[in-house]
Ligand binder design. Structure first.
Ligand code: HEM
Ligand code: ISQ
Length: 154
């Protein structure tokens, strides 16, 4: 695949912008997931006992930040190496967490859409097709790596 310097820069720049108000965007990200797929609610341990999406939940925020950071990292790797290199142990861990939580392949499209909506919200006028394309490509590669790991786990 071809992932350009420009695309890498777009991903890094947009993450720098969202990072400045990460509590807000973590919550937005998560809320979008539930808006698209309300049934996903039951999968998240930090939600099971509440009716609302918890504001300032440290786990929610930490996990959301990881998704952004890992996608960013994936963009860098795609540009540098033309492939995704997530350490074996990280992938194994994420594969088993998601498998145990009941995540199935179509959920990855839900999270992708939620991620893109959050970028759109955070970037405002800076959001465009190029930004969307760069994040989409990086996310797709990362998602594929996790999905493959989930298949090997069974
Ligand atoms: C947990 C990343 C896709 C649902 C996590 C964690 C990370 C993560 C880092 C925290 C693991 C831990 O330390 O315990 C990602 C990435 C994804 C992805 C990078 C895609 C590229 C998905 C999808 C779903 C999902 C598609 C389904 C809606 C969950 C659930 C948990 C989790 C239910 C467990 C949360 C809990 O109960 O603590 N994910 N995830 N993830 N993820 Fe994802
Ligand atoms: C876990 N996996 C994917 C996306 C997430 C978003 C917010 C909180 C936790 C998550």
């Amino acid at each position: 695949i071809v992932f350009t310097e420009k695309q890498e820069a777009l991903v890094k720049e947009s993450w720098e912008i969202l990072k400045q108000d990460i509590s807000k965007y973590s919550l937005h990200f998560f809320s979008q997931i539930l808006e698209i797929a309300p049934a996903a609610k039951g999968m998240f341990s930090f939600l099971r006992d509440t009716d609302e999406v918890p504001h300032n939940n440290p786990k929610l925020k930490a996990h959301a930040v990881k998704v952004f950071k890992m996608t960013c990292e994936t963009a860098i790797q795609l540009r540098e190496k033309g492939k995704v290199v997530v350490s074996d142990t990280t992938l194994q861990y994420l594969g088993s967490v998601h498998l145990k939580s009941g995540v199935v392949d179509p959920h990855f499209e839900v999270v992708k859409e939620a991620l893109l909506r959050t970028l759109k919200e955070g970037l405002g006028e800076k959001y465009n097709e190029e930004v969307e394309g760069a994040w989409s490509q990086a996310y797709d590669h990362l998602a594929l790596a996790i999905k493959n790991e989930m298949k090997q786990e069974v």
